[in-house]
Design a binder for this molecule. Structure first.
Ligand code: UD1
Length: 417
């Protein structure tokens, strides 16, 4: 398993181009099942999660070919084969195929995703939404077996805003008979971009970007092209990299409006931020101030930036508090950050982070995607050498992170094992 070796202490300067969003392209790829035809998706990052979904789509008869940063998708011969455990297990977002297969073919079989690196992460909201639309769901030896033809419009109320369940429900409802109203929908930019893509395919969705969606089901949709939005979590991660190393970094081709909560937190911590259309410049010269931050559904502070912010706050002058409200036990990075000299106490869903002045290099192990990012960030400022193992987690969601960081002056190498 490959590892990253990092020599800490370099200030990051120069430019980093932000890639297309992983969490936006995954549901868009699944949505191509809804209408047989050919699609061109631009600005698609090269990531192992995209490769995993591409493999899954191939098992469903969808052909996907890369052409530079674009993916050409041909769903003319898609079939409702079972989404197998080997693939769904490695990437929970595979469950996004449930809604589209069910809506298009009236029958879907998708393996249950199973455990994950932090917490139980259930999919009950997805299943209840499909049942509300008239599907009959049965669990068959670890496989979700959903039958429902045709789906019928319904009222769906999510008890908690869920990105995945919203995406699945919308993809099913666009081909259901009649009107579907979904309350308490996730307002994450990735969901807005999915809805915009579905509208380009001929779907009728009102309230895009708000907490209530009203969907008039269509008899059929048609293919459309799309450009994937910039990755706001990659953006946030490089913002922290610039701030943490006391650097001066320009992030290009991003969408600052999607990062308001992160920008606000960094400004409060004393980081200088300048926004210009699709660029963000981050500079940090003085001491960092401690923060009290609570993760929340968009537009709140993203849980996917919690670990990276924690790495930053280890260098703030004083004690910070982070409350994790989305995944209350998403703290796998804490013991590893402590191995680098961090001082963090976890009490339930609260982490108390004491500024320690300096970190020291060590061997650490990545446990999930964003935890890996936090360890790399900490390694960038730790004295001496840090080795981060199990970096297949990072390859799931950060395109060429080692090249992008070294292009900005970081000393980071991929060690092939
Ligand atoms: C998506 C993102 C992930 C991010 C998360 C929260 C993708 C591919 N992944 O994950 O990076 O961390 O949003 O912003 O876009 N819940 C249930 N039952 C369900 C579904 C969710 O109880 O059926 C709960 C979850 O346990 C969690 C909360 O709802 O507490 C939000 O999770 P959700 O938004 O669904 O996360 P994902 O879509 O899995």
């Amino acid at each position: 398993m490959d590892a990253f070796r990092i020599e800490g202490g370099a200030k990051l300067t120069g430019e980093v181009r932000i890639s297309g969003s992983k969490n936006a392209v995954l549901p868009i790829l699944c949505a191509t099942i809804l209408a047989p035809g050919t699609y061109r998706l631009e600005n698609v990052p090269v990531l192992s999660d995209v490769a995993t979904l591409t493999t899954l789509l191939r098992t469903l008869g969808v052909r996907v070919v890369r052409e530079g940063s674009a993916l050409l998708v041909d769903s003319r011969e898609s079939v409702p084969n079972e989404a197998p455990y080997e693939l769904v297990r490695t990437m929970r977002a595979s469950v996004y195929v449930l809604g589209p297969i069910l809506a298009r073919f009236g029958h879907a079989r998708v393996s249950l995703p199973g455990g994950c690196a932090w917490g139980p992460r259930p999919i009950d909201f997805h299943l209840k939404a499909m049942e509300a639309l008239g599907a009959v769901i049965r669990l068959d030896h670890g496989v979700i077996d959903a039958i429902g033809a045709p789906l019928r419009g319904a009222e769906i109320r999510f008890p908690f805003s869920s990105v995945g369940a919203t995406g699945n429900a919308v993809m099913a409802a666009v081909l259901a008979e009649g009107t579907t109203t979904i309350f308490n929908v996730a307002r994450e930019p990735e969901i807005t971009s999915l809805c915009e893509f579905l509208c380009a395919m001929g779907a009728r969705i009102e309230g895009v970007g708000t907490e209530k969606l009203v969907i008039e089901g269509a008899r059929e949709l048609h293919p459309a092209d799309a450009r994937v939005i910039p990755d706001r979590i990659e953006t946030g991660t490089y913002l922290v990299a610039g701030a943490l190393t006391g650097g001066d970094l320009l992030l290009r081709d991003t969408e600052p409006a999607h990062n308001e909560a992160v920008l606000a937190a960094l400004r409060e911590a004393g980081v200088e931020i300048d926004v210009n259309k699709t660029d963000i410049r981050v500079r940090s010269r003085g001491p960092l101030r401690p923060l009290e931050v609570e993760t929340a559904p968009y537009p709140g502070f993203p849980t996917d930036m919690q670990a990276q912010l924690m790495a930053l706050l280890l260098l703030a002058e004083g004690t910070s508090e982070i409350i994790e409200t989305i995944f209350p036990d998403r703290f796998k990075h804490v013991p590893e950050l402590c191995r680098l000299g961090g001082s963090i106490r976890v009490e339930g869903n609260r982490a108390i982070v004491r500024g320690v002045g300096a970190l020291t290099g060590a061997h650490v192990m990545a446990s999930d995607l964003r935890a890996s990012a936090a360890l790399i960030l900490a390694g960038l400022v730790a004295r001496g050498t840090t080795e981060v193992s199990r970096i297949y987690h990072i390859d799931r969601g950060y395109e060429r992170i080692d090249e992008k960081l070294s292009g900005a002056g970081a000393r980071i190498w991929r060690v092939r094992r």
